[in-house]
Design a protein around this ligand. Structure first.
Ligand code: PLP
Length: 387
């Protein structure tokens, strides 16, 4: 068996120069919905694109190798990825999820409870007693999100896996915020890794997609069967685009997190900033765990600006380089105001409990020049001064 390649090499080279037809260096895109049978009663390697497609399979294979899993399924969104993981829990099985999980995940879990598919315990993973109490209820599946959105709280994946093993539960980690370039949950013991490939993996804000990577072969087979059954597999064009993005994953993430570190230091020292949430700061409560389980601190951070809603408004209207928009992980820098954008549906009281202040702003730091990013933020602060 050949030695597994370094993930840097996998991202760039998986499938390169393997085209049997014309020896194209870049793997071709197969848009065809259907594939000819070589003969009567004889199927070829592919028959129908919902079930399997070469362009999608190459992306799945690349993601499985990057995450160190047995295989992967590529689906049409991050939400579809989470939903197909839920299909691995038995009917009525208990799912434990973080109380501050991604809003779309929260909505999906609630809907699956509503139709009787699962039971749900939303738990503060940083409250050891609450987590232990939920674990004692014999969960089937535990969903982890680390770092969390938007406060970048860090969950110790190894500790959750150890507790899950004791009660026979499987663990799925949403790795969207870091990507396999910075965190590989299967190595920490997770059974599933979930991605919104919309974010860092594609990295260019031009595809909505998702993926699930499983550690065990039988889980991969069950997931592949289910995504074909419900028909949520990803489109070949999107798969091709996403693989194109993955080619530069490491270079993008390395540059973006270097920028994020500089932005965090700038914000930390700024007198109009009340708090900065970035796991790379030694003052961040999850800093040590992040250092142990991550290969870097990522390109996402959030901060609280001085002054109320008026300061927020003035800031986002005047900030330069950062675009006011949802989503994250693209090469371009984005700014979001969780209280009125990503987390608006949570309601004020739930936001208060989760610690999401109205003055909180979230940044997805891109690949622009560091000096321009800082100057862009300074333009926002100048407008917000005295508000
Ligand atoms: C965006 C996101 C999702 C949902 O992914 P979509 O591709 O938008 O469906 C799930 N989890 C996290 C952490 C996300 O950031």
């Amino acid at each position: 068996m050949p030695k597994p390649r370094d993930p840097h090499t996998v991202a760039v080279a998986n499938g390169i120069a393997t085209d049997p037809a014309y020896r194209s260096v870049t793997p071709p895109i197969y848009l065809s919905s259907t594939f000819a049978f070589p003969a009567y009663e004889k199927a070829g390697p592919y028959d129908y694109t919902r079930t399997a497609n070469p362009s999608r399979d190459l992306l799945a294979d690349t993601l499985a190798k990057l995450e160190g899993g047995a295989g992967a399924v590529v689906v049409c969104s991050g939400m579809a990825a989470i939903d197909v993981v839920l299909s691995r829990a038995p009917r009525g099985g208990l799912v434990i999820a973080p109380h501050d999980c991604y809003g779309g995940t929260h909505r999906l879990l609630a809907a699956r409870v509503q139709c009787g598919q699962i039971e749900l315990a939303l738990v503060d993973f940083h409250d050891a007693q609450a987590l232990a109490a939920a674990m004692a209820r014999k969960p089937a599946l535990i969903l982890v999100e680390t770092p969390s959105n938007p406060l970048m709280r860090i969950t110790d994946v190894k500790a959750v896996v150890a507790a899950a093993k004791r009660v026979g539960a499987k663990v799925a980690v949403d790795n969207t915020f870091l990507s396999p370039a910075l965190q590989r949950p299967i190595q920490l013991g997770a059974d599933f890794v979930v991605h919104s490939t919309t974010k860092f993996l594609n990295g260019h804000s031009d595809v909505v997609g998702g993926a699930v990577i499983a550690a065990a072969k039988d889980d991969v087979e069950a997931l592949a069967d289910w995504v074909n059954t419900v028909g949520v597999t990803g489109a070949p064009f999107d798969s091709y685009m996403t693989l194109r993005g993955v080619r530069t994953l490491f270079a993008r993430v390395e540059r973006q997190q270097a920028n994020a570190g500089a932005v965090a230091a700038f914000l930390k020292a700024h007198r109009q900033v009340r708090a900065v949430y970035y796991p790379g700061l030694p003052s961040h409560p999850g800093h040590d765990i992040a250092k142990a389980q991550q290969a870097g601190f990522g390109a996402m951070l959030s901060f609280e600006i001085d002054g109320g809603t008026e300061a927020v408004r003035a800031f986002v209207e005047a900030v330069e380089v950062f675009t006011l928009a949802e989503s994250l992980g693209g090469v371009e820098s984005l700014i979001a105001h969780p209280a009125t954008m990503t987390h608006v549906k949570m309601g004020a009281e739930a936001r208060r409990v989760a610690g999401i202040d109205d003055s909180l702003l979230r940044l997805s730091v891109g690949m622009e020049a560091e000096a321009d990013l800082i100057a862009g933020l300074e333009a926002g602060f100048a407008a917000a001064r005295g508000r």
